[in-house]
Design a protein around this ligand. Structure first.
Ligand code: ADP
Length: 237
């Protein structure tokens, strides 16, 4: 479903991504695990068409993310690290606005809005301005905008960052629910997140992939994913 081949991104002379290759089959949840600054967001921004790579290519469902960026945007839902919300709008107004932007017809809009309200549990604050919501509630609205057009692929940048433990469970529940029908890439620097959710993990450090395997295989390294992660990101094995 997602193929990434020798992707490289420079910011000026700084190499943020260096020759990154991986693939994600349909229906899988892949975690990008790595410390801050590893290159996780950069990879996600390239996949979603927000920035272009300097070298290499990425395809989603066979379409090149640079050449077919508009079609790709219809097929993916993206939750960036900082949720893109308009704080003065009410939740229902914001989602109606996003639905129009995504090109949903009037008939489709009603059904889709009802669906995201239910699935993301938005009913309790549907008419509230986004600015007054808790961080967990805002994240659920962010999730709702990402799935509103029923994309095949979800790209979630640190979806549980800054949430309290109950909110984390809530958002993980949402991700699991979608895993049944979608291909998902999420980034995290939290090992438990990988253990709780993912089939496949790529450990990324200073712009390079230092491990790429099934979660179970990596967990076997040195008796645990945590030790493996620290060993790999310190340059040892
Ligand atoms: P992560 O998501 O793993 O925390 P990022 O992909 O955001 O990492 O960043 C990778 C590296 O690229 C970091 O060192 C970051 O400072 C740098 N970087 C990211 N965006 C820019 C930018 N627009 N200009 C310059 N450097 C950037």
């Amino acid at each position: 479903m997602i193929e990434v081949e020798r992707l490289t991104k420079h910011y000026g002379s700084f190499v943020a991504l260096d020759d990154v290759t991986f693939s994600v089959p349909k229906g899988e949840i892949l975690a990008f695990l790595g410390p801050n600054g590893a290159g996780k967001s950069t990879t996600m921004k390239i996949l979603t068409g927000y920035i272009s790579p300097n070298a290499g290519r990425a395809t989603i469902g066979g379409l090149d993310v640079v050449e077919h960026s508009v079609q790709i945007r219809h097929r993916i839902g993206y939750l960036p690290e900082t949720t893109p919300l308009y704080y003065d709008m009410q939740v229902d107004e914001f989602l109606r606005f996003v639905a129009r932007l995504r090109g949903l017809s009037r008939a489709e809009r009603g059904g889709r809005l009802g669906w995201v309200a239910e699935i993301c549990h938005l009913e309790g604050f549907w008419k509230k301005p986004i600015g007054v919501l808790s961080r967990g509630q805002k994240q659920r609205v962010g999730f709702a905008q990402a799935i509103l057009h029923d994309p095949d692929v979800l790209i979630l940048d640190e979806p549980t960052a800054g949430l309290d433990p109950n909110q984390i469970l809530d958002v993980r529940g949402l991700i699991r629910q979608f895993a049944e029908s979608k291909t998902i890439i999420l980034s995290t620097h939290i090992l438990q997140e990988v253990e709780a959710l993912c089939d496949h993990v790529i450990v990324i450090h200073e712009g390079r992939i230092v491990a790429d395997d099934r979660r179970d295989a990596l967990s076997g390294l040195h008796g645990g994913l945590e030790q493996a992660f620290h060993a790999l990101t310190q340059g040892g094995t």
